[in-house]
Design a protein around this ligand. Sequence first.
Ligand code: FES
Ligand code: FES
Length: 163
Amino acid sequence: MTQLYPLQLTVNGESCQLMVDPRTTLLDALREHIGLTGSKKGCDQGQCGACTVHIDGERVLSCLTLAAQAAGRDITTIEGLAAPDGTLHAVQAAFLRHDAFQCGYCTSGQIMSAVACIKEGHARSDDEIREYMSGNLCRCGAYPNIVKAVKDAAASLSQEAIS
Ligand code: FES
Ligand code: FES
């Protein structure tokens, strides 16, 4: 029988107490134990980016991260990106404006990656966006509009920072 261990995770500012197999990935902890299903399981082996979340503000592939590695750190998922009053994050709003998705399966990972990509300063040109977003695959081929959305969001966030 699998031995379960207690684990405390802080997700979107809330403390979550879990009992998990120590081999549980962060993606499974989020989806199966905490019920946050916005982060998607595409390949489950680090190749598609659908499971991207932030740990301490940096993007990680949650399918390749053990839940235990995230203990004591701040985890942000797509569910925690909008403001508490429901105002969408600039990247979410830009994805809607530019129709940057079709089926939507890759979208939460794309958005989490885009937020980090902009913060890292890697959204200065279309080529740079394509390169630094290249770990996020889209089977629907929505890439042209994803690039437009990331560029637009980067511009509006830098405008906000100036004003
Ligand atoms: S599900 Fe994690 S990279 Fe594909
Ligand atoms: S919108 Fe369908 S996989 Fe990207």
